[in-house]
Design a protein around this ligand. Structure first.
Ligand code: HBI
Length: 353
């Protein structure tokens, strides 16, 4: 297939501004290139990518999760999103399929105006009425072209049944399996209210087991406030690390705690832990609840229950760390994800011709 991959407009690839979708786009591109498909990535100027890439200038888009549910659609002047899709309109005839990674109104609205089929990989759950409406319109008019990462994410939309669940995938060769853990737990993610770090810290204070916190800290004041609430908790902040450093520390821990307050669309961190052989304790909420195999590769806990976390921590030793790595290899490798994505693209092309 000849594929045109259109990236998120919130930041250049490699800047981290695009969050999980940067890694998802790169992994899908890498794997499909490996399989002999020809592809071109289109992304904001300044993007880092080893594969063929066109950098587009213009002003970045505001991130969707900071908006209110009734927010109007907005575009800055000289919008990089609009410029990306003007480029797509000019070159679409050279490709069989366009793949949209942006969680933005414009690509969905433009879908009927373009001539080539478009696969939309939706990276988050329902966030606003305007986005729900425009995605639903495409889901109905172009059946099978809306991809999501988990059923829980799909269920946040009225058109859940029209969504194609793709899971996600990682380059597992970057994650080393570690058999014998040290005596500490880990929490990994952006330190923000929707991630529920307070509960993980409370569990660490109750069990007395040290907790290592890894991830971006967008708001240090929030972190201070959380630490003051739990002065005796044995918690240490390790920083926002590269994958190499992250997996080194993550692989040594007895278990990963996932305490999301919101519906995580997927939970890449859960499969990073499994790849290192680390059991995952997660609230039974969102994507992580579909990843963790209760009692086999971790424990699913009553949402927002610190007591539940504490009881699950006591049962971590019942989990075989080899089983964790095996699940990552079976379901979340580049080839497993590549099979799901390639099948999705083939189905779209088949129904488009
Ligand atoms: N916001 N407007 C907008 N567009 C995106 O593509 C987008 C976003 N916020 C976050 C995001 N993409 C990615 O971090 C997802 O992986 C969550």
């Amino acid at each position: 297939m000849r594929l045109l991959l259109l990236s998120t407009p919130v930041g250049p690839l490699g800047s981290g501004l695009g969050g999980g979708v940067e890694l998802t786009l790169h992994n899908i591109a890498q794997e499909l290139h490996q399989r002999g498909h020809s592809l071109q990535i289109v992304a904001p100027q300044g993007s880092q990518e080893t594969l063929p890439l066109v950098g587009i200038s213009g002003n970045l888009q505001v991130t969707a999760q900071t908006l209110e549910r009734d927010a109007h659609i907005s575009l800055p002047t000289n919008s990089v999103l609009a410029n990306i899709w003007e480029y797509a309109r000019q070159v679409e005839a050279d490709y069989d399929l366009l793949v949209n990674f942006a969680y933005d109104w414009l690509p969905f609205y433009l879908t009927p105006f373009l001539h080539r089929p478009i696969a939309h990989l939706v990276s988050m759950g329902s966030l606003s009425l305007a986005m729900d409406q425009v995605i639903e319109h495409v889901a109905i008019q172009f059946p099978g072209t809306i991809g999501v990462h988990s059923q829980a994410q799909a269920d946040t939309f009225a058109f859940a049944k029209q969504c194609r669940c793709l899971g996600n995938g990682l380059d597992l060769s970057r994650y080393q399996f570690q058999t014998v853990p040290n005596d500490f737990l880990a929490w990994v993610g952006r330190i923000a209210p929707e991630k529920g770090i307070e509960d993980a810290i409370a569990a660490s204070q109750q069990t007395g087991i040290p907790l290592k916190v890894l991830g971006a800290m967008p708001d240090p004041a929030y972190w201070q406030q959380v630490c003051q609430a739990y002065p005796n908790a044995p918690v240490s902040y390790e920083g926002f690390l590269s994958t190499q450093r992250l997996q080194q520390i993550l692989g040594q821990c007895r278990g990963l705690l996932m305490t999301p307050r919101w519906v995580e669309a997927f939970g890449n961190v859960a499969i990073e832990a499994l790849a290192c052989g680390v059991p995952v304790i997660a609230y039974r909420r969102g994507g992580p609840a579909e990843i963790v195999q209760h009692g086999k590769t971790g424990w699913l806990v009553e949402p927002d229950s610190v007591e539940g976390l504490v009881q699950a921590i006591a049962r971590l030793d019942q989990i075989d760390r080899h089983t964790c790595r095996q699940q990552a290899e079976a379901q979340y490798s580049m080839s497993a994800m590549g099979n799901r994505v390639e099948a999705w693209f083939n189905d779209i092309l088949r129904s488009a011709n």
